[in-house]
Ligand binder design. Structure first.
Ligand code: PRP
Ligand code: URA
Length: 206
């Protein structure tokens, strides 16, 4: 399943992020706000169970989330989505995957992994602003599946058909959410039109 979350607020904020004249502070703030808006949609189908409670007036049947949520940002750039999602799901646990893309081969290289327990029982959201070749997302999903994760959502800001295809072929069971589906990858593996190097723009490197 691929869902592109068309929403005027997301489009407005993403356009500010795409603009090459937008500085680090505004880039980061817009990403954070989009993450929160995306989380609302991504969480729409979370499972809930009935609970009996008492309001000050009467007994009442209420609902609570029935599964643990684990957010897994892909370092570095995925960290830019973390706080916005956590504002909506403050009880979520957080794991981290460190991957960098070799600039020549575009292959992902793992340098860090740390996860909460019981991934097999949780709904795991892998988050990263960019879905380019899809190599990083496929590798990250491989890693969490090896640790038992079964219900996985991939949440990215901007993707291209090449990256979506790579994930769908390697992991057809994973739902993919994007704020925008862009046109293509250029010869350096950058998304066109995209927004440039997300990690560099979030952290002010380069
Ligand atoms: C970027 C981005 C993704 C990856 C996408 O990270 O944040 O993780 O590239 O490209 P792919 O789909 O072709 O794998 P990068 O490797 O530049 O590391 P960074 O987040 O540390 O900047
Ligand atoms: N990684 C980025 O940060 N930007 C792209 O356009 C592609 C991969």
């Amino acid at each position: 399943m691929l869902e592109v979350l068309n929403h005027p607020l997301i489009s407005h904020k993403l356009t500010q992020m795409r603009d090459k004249n937008t500085g680090t502070k505004d880039f980061r703030e817009n990403l954070d706000e989009i993450a929160e808006l995306m989380a609302y949609e991504v969480c729409r189908d979370l499972p809930i169970t009935k609970v009996d409670i008492e309001t000050p007036v009467s007994p009442c049947i209420g609902y609570q989330l029935s599964k643990e949520i684990v957010i897994v940002p892909i370092l570095r750039a995925g960290v830019g989505l973390l706080d916005g999602i956590r504002r909506l799901v403050p009880t979520a646990k957080v794991g981290f995957i460190g991957l960098f893309r070799d600039e020549e081969t575009l292959e992902p290289h793992e340098y860090f992994a740390k996860f909460p327990k019981d991934l097999d029982q949780a709904i795991v959201m892998v988050v990263d602003p960019m879905l380019a070749t899809g190599g990083s997302a496929v590798a990250a999903i491989d890693m969490i599946k090896r640790r038992g994760a079964k219900q996985i959502k991939l949440v990215c800001l901007v993707g291209v058909p090449e990256g979506v295809k790579a994930v769908q072929e390697a992991h057809p069971d994973v739902d993919i959410y994007l704020a925008a589906l862009d046109d293509h990858l250029n010869e350096h593996g950058y998304i066109v039109p995209g927004l440039g190097d997300a990690g560099d723009r979030i952290f002010g490197t380069k």
